[in-house]
Design a protein around this ligand. Sequence first.
Ligand code: SAH
Length: 224
Amino acid sequence: MTEAGGQDDDALAHLAERKMRFLFALRSHGVTDPRVLTAMEKVDRGRFVRGVFAGRAYEDMPLPIACGQTISQPSVVGLMTQALAVGPRDTVLEVGTGSGYQAAILAQLARRVYTVDRWRRLVREASELFRDLGLVNVTAMTTDGSFGLPDQAPFDRILVTAAAEDPPGPLLQQLKIGGIMVLPVGQSDAVQHLIKVTRTERGFDYTELRQVRFVPLVEGLGNE
Ligand code: SAH
């Protein structure tokens, strides 16, 4: 074997080990749904983290992205995706595109994904990534997601990745009967709870999942 071949083998072994550790971290945090694990194995988080933090993309930690925002911790992404119970025929709305990582995972599981952010720059960069990755069933748009996306409503599933004090009314209204919304609620600088809201014929059922910490859901658009 040539020296170059040996180096390639090393690089491959390193990649395989990194992937194994990444999946192990997910499982040990309770992400057990095989469809979610497969989706997360397919989407390379390294593509969604830029600059000085790129080398830490495979660690189970949130990392800074542009516009003062963060890409969520992989195990939290996994648990939220699992709680959302996305089916292959579902239309999903994500509020809080950020890096686009969560939307790319949803795109593996759903028929159609709409993701919105209040920062134009994040939407532009995420859209470029979706195009590069060939993810044709996800559309990113700049808008204040607390009002949802009335033109595309109603949704089978809604995922909010920024914390509001209470579930925003327009999002509840844009959920189909039988639909599920997963979102963090609580004050931005205090303990927040991840909750699952299921819309029934009679109203809404709420389940508390776990404590989390997300950036706040902010009104209006960003200036970048
Ligand atoms: N899901 C992202 C991480 C989201 S961080 C990922 O996978 O990388 C939370 C995001 O919510 C930020 O990008 C922030 O700009 C956005 N956000 C906050 N308030 C918002 C609002 N009212 N409407 C739309 N996006 C909002």
